[in-house]
Design a protein around this ligand. Structure first.
Ligand SMILES: CCCCCCCCCCCCC/C=C/[C@@H](O)[C@H](COP(=O)(O)O)NC(=O)CCCCCCCCCCCCCCC
Length: 218
């Protein structure tokens, strides 16, 4: 994987992201970090193509993606092949701040947790898009999904800024166009294929974090 993150490339199809999340899970249901990170990069590219209102969100996501890439490419990269091996390695070696941010502000565990929580938002948002009608508003679907998930982990000021950005989302028709998948029916079918995979990656990670008692890392 490249050392730094290129986010300018506007090329995006939902298919690409779907394929990346599909390749995330190994046969015994471990999550490959390289593909997880690649999936997020695809999503960030898509978000960038929606306009600069979202750049503060994209920037934070890219920062976190970059931290994980650095771990992957670092001298201990072999421990970061899967999310499971990362959690074990970092916990066994006391490389995670468990109660307050101190020595390891860039641990893989806390960094991935932020993206993991955002994946739940994505799941809820895409499910709303999939079942939406022509009249449905993307801004409403997006903020409902956000309020049910990620917002619970955000300070008031971030919630406020996110809420403002949502109003700048393009309408459903434009949104579907930018996905570059085909007709609205094809988009809906594609979402139907993608969602179970995204849900499974989410659930496997959620269970792993719950078992290790690290769902609230600072
Ligand atoms: C397309 C619409 C995009 C809407 C995105 C909805 C999510 C809103 C998130 C607002 C985050 C604001 C930025 C700051 C976040 C941080 O404070 C916060 C905590 O980090 P810290 O503990 O290190 O301080 N960071 C986070 O929670 C991580 C946020 C990561 C957000 C990634 C969002 C990527 C969205 C990709 C959209 C793709 C849509 C695809 C549709 C086919």
């Amino acid at each position: 994987m490249a050392d730094s993150v290129a986010v300018e490339d506007p090329k995006f199809t939902l298919q690409e992201v779907l394929d990346t999340f599909k390749s995330c899970l190994s046969e015994n249901k471990e999550v490959y970090l390289e593909h997880y990170v690649a999936g997020w990069l695809g999503l960030v590219r898509f978000m960038n193509s929606l306009g600069s209102v979202f750049s503060f969100i994209a920037k934070d996501a890219v920062n976190k993606i970059q931290i994980l890439i650095n771990h992957l490419n670092g001298e201990n990269g072999a421990h970061y092949v899967t999310v499971q091996s990362m959690v074990k390695y970092e916990l066994d070696n006391q490389l995670v701040d468990l109660t307050k941010r101190a020595s390891f502000p860039e641990s893989g565990c806390r960094t991935l947790l932020r993206l993991h929580r955002a994946l739940r938002w994505l799941e809820l948002f895409l499910e709303r898009l999939r079942t939406s009608t022509e009249e449905s508003k993307t801004s409403v679907m997006c903020s409902e999904a956000y309020n049910e998930s990620l917002s619970q982990h955000h300070a008031w000021i971030i919630r406020k800024a996110a809420g403002t950005a949502f109003w700048a989302l393009p309408g459903r028709a434009t949104f579907f166009d930018v996905m570059n998948v085909g007709t609205p029916e094809q988009v809906v079918a594609m979402l139907g294929d993608a969602l179970p995979l995204i849900s499974e990656v989410y659930q496997v990670t959620e269970n792993l974090y719950a078992q290790n008692n690290i769902l609230d890392l600072p």
